[in-house]
Design a protein around this ligand. Structure first.
Ligand code: ADP
Ligand code: MG
Ligand code: MG
Length: 220
């Protein structure tokens, strides 16, 4: 059965670095419509720092790290560099995912489909404990919640790690699209009230980008 290693995390973060650089302006424009216009910059800066940090660690460390150890480094780097609302939220999501995978992974730390689903559920739990948003409030939770649920369903159906990630990415995409008609009741976009309707939530779109790059890295 396919299992994800630390190389997957490294590959994922390199891809995320490239994708957030490419989508920087689009995310800025989304956040300009219903926020303060910095989301693309926040994410690009954060993922640049993550890619740099993982590359530096790979060069200096002697042993092969576990996926959980790398996810923890991602979490702390995201928290320190993304800023805004998204930094602590994504940071907490990665940190909880790291902790969860520590307990459910194979003895060598590698991740199967069930471990990936557990990580995504833990990520959702982390960002909800931090941001207190429920589904329907037009935040990144609207992408993460269906993603975690789809991941668990795919794992229960016997899907391998890639299938679980692909199901999560697909569900996140539908969840991000579903934020368009919503009126924001959490975060900066809530200041706009009904005028926040008509746009996709930037953090939900970033969630899609993260899960899509995670899937692509797993396909390699
Ligand atoms: P800021 O709003 O501080 O400028 P960003 O623009 O980087 O930060 O991030 C905005 C995103 O953060 C939103 O699109 C939304 O997805 C997410 N967000 C904001 N508040 C919350 C919350 N309480 N719970 C979950 N997500 C939130
Ligand atoms: Mg913003
Ligand atoms: Mg801001």
């Amino acid at each position: 059965e396919q299992r994800l290693t630390a190389v997957w995390v490294q590959d994922w973060m390199e891809r995320a670095h490239a994708v957030f650089a490419a989508e920087r302006v689009a995310l800025i424009e989304l956040d300009r419509a219903i926020g303060d216009g910095d989301h693309g910059e926040n994410m690009d800066r954060g993922m640049t720092a993550v890619a740099k940090r993982l590359a530096a660690d790979a060069e200096t460390s002697q042993e092969t790290p576990t996926p959980a150890a790398l996810l923890k480094t991602v979490a702390t780097t995201v928290m320190a560099n993304v800023g805004g609302a998204a930094g602590p939220l994504f940071g907490t999501a990665f940190l909880r995912a790291a902790k969860a995978t520590d307990s459910v992974s194979a003895p060598d730390g590698e991740l199967d489909g069930h471990a990936v689903a557990t990580a995504l559920e833990a990520a959702l739990g982390g960002l909800q404990s931090r941001g207190k948003a429920e589904v329907g409030e037009k935040t990144m939770v609207d992408a993460w919640a269906p993603a975690a649920q789809a991941a668990r369903e795919a794992a229960e159906a016997g899907g391998d790690a890639t299938a679980v990630l692909a199901a999560a990415a697909h569900a996140a995409e539908e969840g991000a699209d579903a934020t368009v008609p919503m009126i924001a009741t959490k975060g900066r976009a809530s200041y706009l009230g009904p005028r926040s309707a008509g746009y996709r939530d930037p953090g939900a779109v970033s969630t899609v980008l993260l899960l899509r790059t995670a899937t692509e890295a797993a396909l390699e």
